[in-house]
Design a binder for this molecule. Structure first.
Ligand code: PEP
Ligand code: MG
Length: 540
């Protein structure tokens, strides 16, 4: 059995017959030039037809994949009406090109420009432009590519690329998986595949040439593996994996909207971790009861300057409003360590994880910190926001942060701004120092949240990036477990709530212990919310 490898971007399993989707063969020179007026009219009609078709797809995507994902196609509608692109097409037509030639020239020009930039977002733009170009060319020429809608049950679709408009046409009952030659975890095809729960493997070299139409193949969407002509036992294994995958999904869906309560009736909460306001849709979709960690550093990354107070206010208040009164814990800037923000000019250090990072950097850069704190206090007016401080090692750090918050309150008051006073301030327990003085920290904190990702590294003195010592990087090590237990005990003794926002909060093996020790809130990646709730509800 031959195996092809690609990037697994949407989990799940499938066995089925391959169907290669080829682009429609369109001769862009098949139509003769009429008059500029007529070519312009043809182009405008094509844009109207494209808009109508796309609106229909958006409607169906809204239902199958949620609004956030349907917005990908809304983006296409914005692009196709971009004034600069329209003016370029008009210019091309006025200089003697047919509507088809003009669309092809302008779209391909944009495509080349975006594709040349070594950046995922630009590559995504390139793919979006190509999608728009192909759709317009099909409408203008009347030559349609093969209809994706009418595939027989058990089809595995293979194409050079799955554009958003192709993915949104897939009939989920009949198509079992998709495979493409290009794409990555962040491409729109991957996002949509995950949204409709379709196993997908992207970046499979020459897939449309190496796989024959009608061949039996098995797909593992997590590992990114494609097995050709699997023998009977393998095909059966994949069929079973597919069934149990769906059974597991169905059993989890029971936990949507359900309270998180242990068998003995103790109420817990499952929250979700986010990095950007856009992630909120996924929190709501997965039944998150709140946000346990908003990693605000993502608002500062991938840009050339710091986000302004207003930009930050928009981001934080959007999340607070979307969560409609549910708790939203927002962590102040946690940069340094492995999170670089080039424009902040943090000097290179020998030991960045032990250096100038997180709260240490913020307390030393007061204006930057106060800009964020003011945005948080203003946003808190619109929901149940709590502020969380990262990498705390000493009580003085909380006191210093609180004193800056008081200064911010005064400045906002003087400005006549709308904001909330006395926003609760909690801390992350992610250093051995914090564990050891948890009783003191509790006196200054509204809550604790255990950051096991860092805590494990610091307790075990292990650099996660060093393969030679990786066996020591485990939350199951006795020292790490003891640190977690000590933290929970300190919080309970002080009567403050304690949560966990490191990856270990979703660890099925650990959850019974966390429940036994009395952890109140588990904050996990949005798609682990239901499995975590199930594991908690099954605890005594
Ligand atoms: C942690 O350290 O567990 C944590 C949640 O923070 P981050 O992973 O962002 O460092
Ligand atoms: Mg951390």
């Amino acid at each position: 059995m031959k195996v092809l490898k690609g990037i697994g971007v949407s989990s799940g399993y499938a066995v089925g017959r391959a169907k290669i989707i080829k682009d429609a063969e369109i001769d862009i020179n098949s139509c003769a030039y009429t008059t500029a007026q007529e070519e312009l009219a043809k182009f405008q009609d094509a844009v109207s037809a494209y808009t109508k078709e796309t609106r229909k797809l958006i409607e169906s995507l809204n239902e199958s994949a949620g609004k956030e994902n349907a917005d990908i196609l809304n983006g296409h509608l914005v692009m196709v009406n971009d004034p600069f692109m329209l003016s370029q097409i008009n210019e091309n037509i006025n200089s003697g090109k047919t509507a088809q030639q003009a669309v092809d020239a302008v779209c391909c020009g944009f495509y080349d420009m975006f594709a040349a930039v070594d950046d995922d977002m630009m590559k995504q733009r390139a793919s979006d432009i190509l999608d728009i170009r192909n759709s317009l060319m099909e409408i203008l020429s009347g030559v349609r590519s093969e209809s994706i809608e009418d595939m027989p049950r058990g089809t595995i679709l293979i194409a050079k690329d799955f554009t958003p408009s192709m993915t949104s046409r897939i009939n989920r009952d009949n198509v079992f998986a998709i495979i493409a030659e290009v794409g990555s975890v962040t491409s729109h095809s991957a996002i949509l595949a995950r949204a409709i729960d379709m196993p997908a493997v992207l970046s499979v070299k020459a897939a449309t040439e190496n796989i024959q139409d009608g061949a039996l193949i098995a797909v593992d969407g997590s590992k990114g593996e494609i097995i050709f002509e699997p023998d009977e036992a393998t095909a059966e294994k994949y069929e079973k994996l597919r069934e149990s995958y769906f059974a597991e999904k169905a059993s989890l869906s029971e936990y949507f909207g359900k309270e998180t309560v242990t068998k003995s009736g103790v109420k817990k909460a499952v929250y979700a971790n986010i990095g950007k306001p856009e992630d909120i849709d996924s929190v709501i979709h997965n039944g998150g009861e709140g946000v346990g960690l908003f990693r605000t550093e993502f608002l500062f990354m991938d840009r050339d300057s710091m986000p302004t107070e207003n930009e930050q206010f928009e981001a934080y208040s959007t999340v607070a409003k979307s969560m409609a009164g549910k708790e939203v814990i927002i962590r102040t800037l946690d940069i340094g360590g492995d999170k670089a923000v080039p424009y902040l000019d943090i000097p290179k250090e020998d030991n960045p994880f032990l250096g100038y990072r997180a709260i240490r950097y913020c307390l030393d850069n007061k204006e930057l910190f106060k800009t964020q704190l003011k945005a948080l206090l203003r946003a808190a007016y619109f929901g149940d926001i709590k502020i969380m401080l990262p990498l705390i090692t000493d009580t003085s750090e909380i006191k210093a942060a609180k004193s800056l918050i008081s200064e911010c309150e005064k400045e906002l008051e003087a400005r006549g701004a709308q904001f909330k006073k006395n926003v609760p301030v909690g801390v992350m327990i992610e250093t051995p120092a914090a564990v050891l003085i948890a009783d003191d920290l509790a006196k200054e904190s509204a809550f604790f949240s255990i950051g096991t990702n860092d805590l494990t590294g610091y307790v075990m003195a292990v650099d996660r990036g060093n393969g030679k010592v990786l066996n020591l990087y485990s939350v199951q090590k006795k020292a790490v477990l003891r640190a977690i237990e000590m933290t929970i005990k300190s919080a309970r003794k002080a009567g403050i709530p304690v949560g966990m926002c490191g990856e270990a909060a979703a660890d099925a093996e650990l959850i019974p212990l966390l429940v036994k020790w009395g952890l109140d809130e588990f904050s996990v990646t949005p798609n682990a919310v239901l499995a975590t709730r199930k594991a908690i509800c099954e605890c005594e």
